[in-house]
Design a protein around this ligand. Structure first.
Ligand SMILES: Cc1ncc(COP(=O)(O)O)c(C=O)c1O
Length: 405
């Protein structure tokens, strides 16, 4: 009915590539098959007990049942600033430079909506966490995707990155107003050093664009690597905001707690738009999140160790199965180049075959952008025994594929 009435925003959004894989996975499960599921970045571990206990205690206080504060209760915003001070020695004002969001994804979509005019242009690396691109599409803006170059240790080719940004800035009309960065990166696990942000901030000031930096995986690093923050660069607050989430570091994905900090104008814009959309997270969730950030941090170390061990088991057992993958030094993912001889299949077909023939679910790289099509993303959300089982399935399958060639 009403074919002449089109929903343009929705029409501009592509179908979710991962839905196809999900569908096959659910069908196989319904048929009683045991699928080893590495497809979503959805942490499988429990939230640490002291955080859950705080939620329960706080949920028993009737005063907490009222509408909460849309931009976050003061104590949570203070805990956010303390987290930055401890981790990065960065000074932030909880009143004007920090805001709590219902997961960083909600914050990102609303921030983009608040700061983007229709027709604006943003530069987003390819591949990307899909919402990094599509929040701008939802906001009626245009995106220039920029192929990300990196070496076999998943370190960004910073020279190539800045060359590409510069080209996009000078060739695009209108000139891009926003650059989105996300290191450690989902899905590629690519990392950068502090120098990268120095150059990025300097370029933003010279060329006049804002930076949105997402450090969702800041804590999940291995082999001595430490994630830098853009705010370690003097003057970065003039041009940047940065987001973090409790979803990964504290196994709190379902709780929906994240935050943005930095540039006052952008934080105020996000606070204003949020005040129209929501009344804030349930206060007990905010109180428990405060404890997560301010309380003992051994739980974070344990979560990191779990991912590190799984990464090692996965890379080693998959190598024995005939698929050599370089080890990432951050995130809860392995970004696995499809063996050369099977790359002609493309990541979608290869992922479907892995699912139907080896009973392993992964995310096809194409779902993150064209530049991801020679890769699949493997989330480290299955335990070591299940990873070893996946490697056994894989060995059998790759052997049969190679013999059939
Ligand atoms: C890079 C990145 N940013 C943000 C998010 C969203 O996190 P949240 O749970 O805080 O919305 C994710 C989740 O997978 C992510 O990978």
């Amino acid at each position: 009915m009403f074919d002449e009435i089109q929903f343009n925003t929705i029409n501009r959004l592509p179908n979710y590539v991962f839905a196809e894989i999900n569908e096959i996975k659910m069908e196989a499960r319904r048929a009683g098959e045991d699928i080893i599921d590495f497809s979503m970045g959805n942490p499988d571990g429990p939230t640490p007990k002291h955080i859950v206990d705080k939620l329960i205690e706080s949920a028993q206080k009737p005063k907490n049942y009222r509408y909460s504060a849309s931009r976050g209760i003061y104590k949570l915003r203070l805990a956010i600033c303390n987290w930055y001070a401890r981790k990065y020695n960065v000074d932030l004002d909880p009143e004007h430079e920090a805001i709590a969001t219902m997961g960083s994804k909600e914050g990102y979509v609303h921030l983009v909506q608040a700061i983007t005019n229709a027709g604006d242009v943003a530069i987003v690396p390819d591949p990307a966490y899909p919402i990094h691109t599509h929040a701008f599409v939802i906001a009626g803006a245009n995106v220039i995707t920029m192929k990300m170059e990196y070496n076999e240790n998943y370190e960004l080719d910073q020279e190539a990155f800045f060359r590409s940004v510069k080209r996009s800035l000078h060739e695009s009309l209108p000139k891009p107003k926003f650059v989105v960065v996300n290191f450690p990166h989902n899905p590629t696990t690519v990392t950068v050093d502090k120098e990268f942000y120095k150059e990025l901030v300097a370029m933003a000031k010279k060329e006049r664009f804002y930076i949105i930096s997402d450090i969702a995986y800041a804590d999940i690093t291995f082999d001595g690597y430490k994630t830098p923050s853009i705010f370690e660069v003097e003057g970065a607050k003039d041009v940047a905001v940065e987001s973090f989430t409790l979803s990964k570091s504290y196994n709190m994905a379902g709780w929906r707690v994240g935050f943005f900090v930095g540039n006052r104008k952008m934080i105020a814009a996000l606070a204003k738009i949020k005040s129209w959309f929501d009344y804030g997270m349930f206060t007990p969730v905010q109180v428990a999140a405060t404890i997560a950030l301010d309380g003992p941090q051994e739980c974070v170390d344990n979560i990191i160790k779990t991912y590190e061990k799984r990464r090692d088991v996965l890379c080693e057992s998959f190598k024995n199965a005939g698929w050599e993958i370089n080890k990432p030094r951050a995130t809860m993912f392995v970004w696995a180049q499809i063996p050369k001889e099977f790359q002609y299949l493309g990541s979608m077909k290869f992922s479907k075959l892995l699912l139907t023939e080896a009973k392993i679910a992964v995310s096809p790289g194409i779902g993150f952008g064209e530049a991801g099509d020679n890769y699949v993303r493997i989330s480290l959300i299955e335990n070591e025994n299940r990873i070893r089982q996946a490697a056994r399935n894989l060995k059998r399958y790759l052997k049969s594929l190679r013999e059939a060639k």
